[in-house]
Design a protein around this ligand. Sequence first.
Ligand code: ZN
Length: 266
Amino acid sequence: MTAFFYLVAFLFGLAIGSFLNVCIYRIPAGLSLVHPPSRCPACETPVRPVDNVPLLSFLLLKGKCRSCGAPISWRYPAVEALTGVVFVLLYARFGMSINALAGIFFASVVIVVSFIDLDTERIPNKVILPAIAAGAALIVPDFVGYKILPLVGGGALHSIAGFFVGGGSLLIIALAAPLFFKKDAMGGGDIKLAAFIGLFLGVYSLLALFFSFLIGAIAGVFLLARGSRGRSDTIPFGPYLAIGAIIVTLGGPELWRFYLAASGLA
Ligand SMILES: [Zn+2]
């Protein structure tokens, strides 16, 4: 029976991932999320429902439009599969609970803003501001003894602290970086995303920021070594914030305890 619920979580993730693809492509273009139905960007033929099954259709069509044969971006199935895997891990962590639903919302937002950031180098206010409002609403039930956020550790006050500490950390970096590098290191979108992460992870958002910078630094060195990025190119930071946030959602307290034990501090 357990395997069945994991399968349901994965299939649910694929379906939501399919919707996240629509958000990723349409929100920056200012298009409606519901109308018109999906079309092939090359020949504009509407995608038939049978060719719109997450993951499966891409494999059956071998990554090509049925009408004109134009290649379909591998990112569609990749986002679907990623969302499916993240939902399985969230189910493993939170079980069937309101926290799992909050985790699903959280992961969906960070996935959408990551890919939009990769495409456009910005994090749109029309995604992150409503998301922050939703996160703020989700901390309210804790004041009447029904905790939803943060997803790891603490209570509502930790979420509020996380909001200011997470957003504040990146604000300080954004203000300080031009003094050292003569260019902007952080955008306003990154600050808002970090504040949003703070609502959901409380003071553990600092651990998420640590992972974001660590993975961002490793990726930066790798991209520089491969020659695919110059030293002066800006690297969208949203995806790294998202990776750090998902790692800490899934295992923040365990990783922190492991660190304390390994370093001899506890
Ligand atoms: Zn086509």
